[in-house]
Design a protein around this ligand. Structure first.
Ligand code: G6P
Length: 777
């Protein structure tokens, strides 16, 4: 650092001195030029008056010598000497310093006598400097000789020296000032940020949290991009350290826990050169406008946590609907982009849908048809033929995009997500028999009677059976699915091996309970967390006990039933008046669909009614937060709540239950969980309730709030252990591992009737379908 400073100072001194000397040099030249011109002008003017005087004196018979002496005396202060020359350039008379006129150059005199014009020149003798001015003299109209005036010009040199002297001090002061200012700037704007960053890195290297330095970092707006990069680096450093520690701990304990890193290694080792392709409706990264700025956000979904390490490990491809308002502006000409934006490791291929397609396929068939069909929540499914058309068309469109991405990849692995793409497995497998295809159904599968009301159940089942592996959350859904296949399709199901065989293809049907990313290591709290009081203060409320519910605003979640149960609790136990508040976070969802609009209105009305009934100035029994909250925000509520309520009327798994358990690293808190959520088959230490039984739920809440600390801790410890052992990484590893291990029949050649060559554009597919329907060949 010292060396850097020395070099900087040296460079500054040399640079500034050089520039200043050059500028002074030109300044002196200009100044001298002005002084010379001024002297020439003054001497010429003086010469003119002397010329007249001399001519008059000579014409009046006076001797030129006497006249010159007299003139010199008068101009004592100005002229140094005067001389008169005759026409032969002989010196007639001189006045002034002795011997000077003899040594004069003859140039100006020559010009005056020979050409009859005034002439001047600067000359010097030793350190004597002068200006010589020669002027012709006329007597009676005829040239009679010349007058030469000598002017002292030493002051011009003296003035130049003065300017140099003054400049020297100015340059010195200037250099000093600039060096000081630069050193200060280096210190403030370079050294300080560097010290902060260095300090941060040092502390991270030593395994300490670096977040208390945030205040300093905020100051360094100029260095924000650098700081951001350092942050990212630090994060991966900390992540790698935590992963290594966890791995070491796991090895030491001989445990079988899964981490993101272990999943990545597993994928690399097991899948070798096979590439993995994921198909889902929701994309992992979405470009949207925030104010005037485009931001890239991760839609709240547990799927990204599980799938990202997999795709990162093999540089895979994720095909999904580009639903962000700015998505189309952030892809290349093939509708692709590399993600995550901060550390690109895999490809996201966006597929575009028209508003009609979205309305028919997503709002209509998927969410007004299949969603209520599979969830027994007493909301009637709506099946429209036009929605079914769109559902098929969009499945074909996504399959075509996926096949396009798969071109050139041998033995690809395809992992399709959810009820939006029941037809895709068959389409993909028909075009690429060498692909291993799995689909995971993230929602329940009802019994065959319930499923049977779907007019296109056979087509949906046939589409699904194109997959080599079909995953559900729990064994019950697998059994329901096999029973439905049995009843609807010509096929052979095998309950012992959990398979369904249709034609020459066998699909394995297995349970894989989805989960959250809880790992062994305890997360370090970055900043002190707000307390319950602080969280509620924002809403002008106070309470002694907080309970929480977190859901999408969806009729399957039993939000209305939950509110009724809380009302019942207060009725039965007025002790909770002004003491207990339930915070209900409800993220708006599928808000174009009438049943969702109605639910929202109903929830708001009930909350209003209950609050009106009991609330005081600073307390409310229910606080409804209707917006999408980040994971971090939700975690704060989870940790501040004594109890979490999950009252789904029917749910594939319900990750809120597991998220609550994962958030409670203090091993406290009670989970009240619906028996109709898949999670109830795993989280046996929750208080299991029937959401339709308001009294039962109220009693369970009461019991949970009364439970002693030891029992709470014991239950929470067991649930945490379970979630840790069965986390999201194990889920992904199990499905993909099983898919890898499946014994595949020799691939049949692609079925041209069903295959969708990747080159076929979506509009061609639709056209072909319509033509087939109309019987046109
Ligand atoms: C359920 C589905 C997911 C879906 C999520 C959010 O969990 O199984 O596939 O992504 O709800 O719903 P949305 O319609 O907003 O994607």
């Amino acid at each position: 650092m010292k060396f850097f400073r020395m070099r900087l100072i040296l460079a500054l001194v040399m640079g500034i001195t050089l520039i200043s000397v050059a500028s002074t040099y030109f300044e002196v030249l200009a100044h001298k030029h002005v002084l010379r011109q001024e002297l020439v002008r003054r001497t010429a003017w003086q010469g003119k008056s002397l010329q007249l005087e001399m001519e008059k004196a000579v014409a009046g018979g006076q001797s030129a010598g006497i006249a010159a002496e007299a003139a010199l005396r008068r101009s004592q202060n100005e002229a140094l000497g005067l001389a008169v020359y005759d026409m032969q350039e002989g010196l007639v008379t001189e006045a002034g310093p002795a011997g000077v006129f003899g040594a004069l150059p003859r140039g100006p005199l020559d010009k005056a006598i020979k050409q009859g014009i005034d002439s001047s020149a600067f000359g010097h003798l030793g350190n004597q400097q002068w200006l010589e001015e020669a002027i012709p003299l006329y007597v009676d109209g005829r040239m009679a000789g010349a007058l030469v005036i000598l002017e002292d010009a030493r002051f011009i040199h003296a003035e130049g020296v003065l300017v140099w002297r003054q400049s020297f001090w100015r340059i010195a002061a200037f250099v000093l000032l600039i060096v000081c200012v630069t050193l200060l700037m280096v210190r403030w704007f370079l050294m300080r940020p560097m010290m902060v960053v260095t300090d941060r890195l040092k502390r991270l290297r030593m395994g300490q949290s670096a977040d208390d330095a945030d205040e300093n970092l905020a100051e360094l707006s100029l260095f924000t991009p650098l700081v951001h990069e350092v942050e990212l680096m630090a994060e991966s450093l900390m992540g790698a350290r935590a992963a290594a520690e966890t791995e070491a701990r796991l090895r030491d304990a001989g445990e079988h826990q899964w981490t993101a890193e272990r999943l990545a290694v597993h994928i690399r080792e097991r899948f070798g050169s096979s590439r993995i392709f994921v198909l889902s409706n929701r994309e992992p990264y979405m470009h949207v406008l925030q104010g005037r700025e485009t931001v890239c956000m991760v839609p709240p979904s547990g799927l990204v946590t599980a799938i990202e390490p997999v795709l990162r490990a093999c540089d895979g491809v994720w095909v999904a609907h580009g639903s962000g308002s700015e998505d189309a502006l952030n892809v290349d000409e093939f509708d692709r982009l590399r993600v995550p934006p901060d550390d690109p490791r895999y490809t996201l291929r966006r597929v575009w849908l028209s508003s009609e397609e979205e309305a028919g396929y997503y709002d209509g068939f998927a969410n007004e048809g299949l969603w209520p069909l599979c969830h027994i929540a007493h909301t009637r499914p709506i099946f429209r033929a036009s929605d079914w058309e769109y559902y098929q068309r969009v499945n074909e469109k996504f399959a075509a995009a996926l096949l396009e991405e798969m071109e050139g990849s041998a033995n690809p692995i395809v992992f399709v997500q959810d009820y939006h793409f029941a037809l895709a497995p068959r389409l993909i497998k028909a075009a690429r028999p060498d692909a291993r295809v799995a689909i995971f159904w993230h929602i329940p599968w009802p019994n065959p009677e319930a499923f049977g009301i779907c007019p296109w159940q056979a087509e949906l089942l046939d589409g699904l059976l194109g997959a080599d592996l079909i995953g559900f959350h729990i064994p019950l859904f697998c059994n329901n699915f096999l029973s439905t296949v049995d009843r609807v399709l010509e096929s052979r199901t095998d309950r012992e091996h959990m398979t369904a065989r249709r034609g020459r293809h066998t699909s394995a049907v297995r349970p894989y309970p989805v989960s959250v990313a809880l790992e062994g290591s305890k997360p370090e709290r970055k900043t002190p967390e707000p307390s319950r009081e602080e969280l509620l203060k924002e809403f002008g409320l106070r309470c002694e006990t907080l309970i929480v519910g977190v859901d999408r605003m969806d009729y399957t979640k039993g939000i209305v039933e939950r509110l009724m149960a809380v009302e019942k609790l207060i009725e039965e136990h007025p002790f909770y008046l002004e003491r207990l508040t339930m915070v209900q976070i409800a993220a708006p969802s599928r808000s174009r669909i009438p049943s969702y609009v109605n639910l929202r209105r109903q929830v708001e009305e009930i909350v209003e009614r209950i609050n009106q009934r009991y609330q005081t100035a600073s307390w409310k029994p229910i606080l409804l937060i209707e917006r999408q909250c980040s994971h971090a925000e939700v975690d704060l509520w989870y940790r501040a709540a004594a109890l979490c309520l999950v009252t789904s009327l029917h749910d594939g798994m319900n990750l809120v239950a597991k998220e609550y358990v994962a958030a409670r690293d203090d091993e406290d808190g009670v989970l009240v969980l619906s028996k109709f959520a898949g999670a109830a088959t795993e989280l046996l230490d929750a208080l299991i309730i029937n959401p339709y039984d308001a009294e039962g739920v109220a009693e369970a809440i009461h019991r949970g709030l009364e439970m002693d600390r030891d029992e709470r801790r014991m239950r929470m410890q067991r649930m945490r252990q379970h979630v840790m052992d069965h986390n999201i990484y194990r889920w992904a590893a199990s499905i993909l591992g099983d898919l890898r291990d499946l014994r595949m029949e020799t691939p049949e050649p692609a079925d041209p009737g069903r295959a969708l060559p990747a080159s076929v554009s979506p509009s061609e597919i639709v056209h072909r379908k319509l033509a087939q329907k109309a019987g046109i060949r």
